[in-house]
Design a protein around this ligand. Structure first.
Ligand code: GLN
Length: 301
C-alpha cells in the first residue's frame, strides 16, 4: 500500500493543471493560503519547466517519472520542508538563487538591506562607479550578487567561513553573469583583508542561542545553524565585526541586517568599537512589516 497523500499512480496521465489542482487540495490541509503557489512551484520543479511553459501548455500530461518526482516533492512539503529547500532555488530581489544545505535560505526581509544599499549607491557611486563591496557571511551570495547585478560598474568580495557556501555563491555569480566582478574568500569577518571596500554589507547570524530550539521547524531543521546562531544574546558576530571595523574600513558605509529589537544594541556596539569622530552618521531602515531590520552607518578616515 502506498500511503502517500498523492501517489505517483494518482498523478500519472493527469494534465499539469489537474495535477496542480489535486496537489493544492492536499497541501491546503496544512497551509490553505500557501498551497496554490507551492503546488505550482513544485510542479515546475518536477517537470523542469518555467512558468511560461506551464501557462502555454497546461494540458501537458505527467509521465511516470514526472509523477514520481512530483509525488516525492509533495510528500516532503507535507512533512514541513520549505519549497525552496525541495527545489534548491529561492527568488530574491527578482533573481533566482541556488541554495543548498550549506547556505541560509534568503528571506524577503533581507531585501530591505539591498534597498538601503542601492539608495546610498545611487547618491554616491552611480551605477557602482569606483565602488568596492564586501559581503561578510555571503552564504548563497544573495546580497553581494544582487548589488553587483544592480550596479554594473561595482566590484566585490564575498567572505564566508564555509567553503561549501562559497562554492554555491560562485555558481550563482556565474549564472547571474557577474562572476568577473567578484572574488571569494574563505574566512571569518573581514578575513584580514585590506580596507579597500567602501560598502560593507552583512546579514550575520543573530538568533540568541537559547532561542534556536524554539524557532519554527522550517528554519530550525533546514537552515544551517552556523548561519543562525549569534551566541547567548544573538549579538556576538556584530561585536566581532565591529571590533575589526576600525582596521578594515577606511571610509564608506557599513550596513547590517539585524534581528527583531536589535537595532539600537547593534548601533551601540558599533559606537563602542569605533572612535566617535569616525562615525559620521547612522540610520535605521524598516522592513515591509515596519520592523527595524537594517542599521547603516557612515565611517570616515
Ligand atoms: N548573506 C546571506 C543571506 O543574507 C547569508 C546570511 C547568513 O548565512 N547569516 O542570505
Amino acid at each position: 500500500m502506498d500511503d502517500r497523500p498523492l501517489a505517483p499512480a494518482d498523478l500519472v496521465g493527469l494534465s499539469a493543471r489537474a495535477a496542480v489542482s489535486a496537489a493544492t487540495q492536499v497541501l491546503a490541509v496544512n497551509d490553505p493560503s500557501g498551497a496554490p503557489g507551492d503546488a505550482r512551484r513544485l510542479l515546475l520543479h518536477a517537470l523542469a519547466i518555467d512558468t511560461l511553459d506551464y501557462v502555454k501548455h497546461p494540458d501537458r500530461p505527467l509521465d511516470a517519472s514526472d509523477a514520481e518526482l512530483y509525488s516525492a516533492s509533495l510528500m516532503r512539503r507535507c512533512a514541513g520542508e520549505p519549497v525552496s529547500r525541495i527545489s534548491g532555488w529561492r527568488g530574491f530581489y527578482g533573481r533566482e538563487f541556488q541554495i543548498t544545505p550549506a547556505t541560509l535560505d534568503p528571506r524577503p526581509e533581507t531585501e530591505t538591506l539591498v534597498d538601503a544599499a542601492l539608495q546610498l549607491a545611487a547618491a554616491r557611486w552611480p551605477a557602482g562607479r569606483e565602488l568596492e563591496i564586501a559581503d561578510i557571511g555571503t552564504g548563497s551570495g544573495c546580497l553581494l550578487l544582487t548589488l553587483l547585478a544592480e550596479l554594473p560598474l561595482a566590484r566585490g568580495v564575498g567572505i564566508d567561513i564555509s567553503s561549501a557556501a562559497l562554492a554555491v555563491a560562485a555558481s550563482n555569480a556565474t549564472r547571474l553573469g557577474v562572476a568577473e566582478r567578484c572574488t571569494w574568500v574563505e574566512g571569518r569577518n573581514f578575513a584580514n583583508r585590506e580596507p579597500t571596500a567602501q560598502l560593507v554589507v552583512s546579514n550575520p547570524p543573530y538568533i540568541p542561542t537559547p532561542d534556536l530550539a524554539s524557532l519554527s521547524r522550517d528554519v530550525r531543521l533546514y537552515d544551517p545553524s552556523t548561519a543562525l546562531d549569534g551566541g547567548v544574546d544573538g549579538l556576538d558576530v556584530y561585536r566581532e565585526i565591529a571590533s575589526e571595523l576600525t582596521a578594515h574600513v577606511a571610509s564608506g558605509w557599513v550596513l547590517f541586517e539585524v534581528g527583531d529589537g536589535q537595532a539600537l544594541d547593534v548601533l551601540s556596539i558599533v559606537r563602542q568599537a569605533v572612535p566617535a569622530r569616525r562615525i559620521v552618521r547612522s540610520e535605521i531602515h524598516l522592513d515591509m512589516a515596519e520592523k527595524q531590520r537594517c542599521v547603516a552607518f557612515q565611517i570616515q578616515d
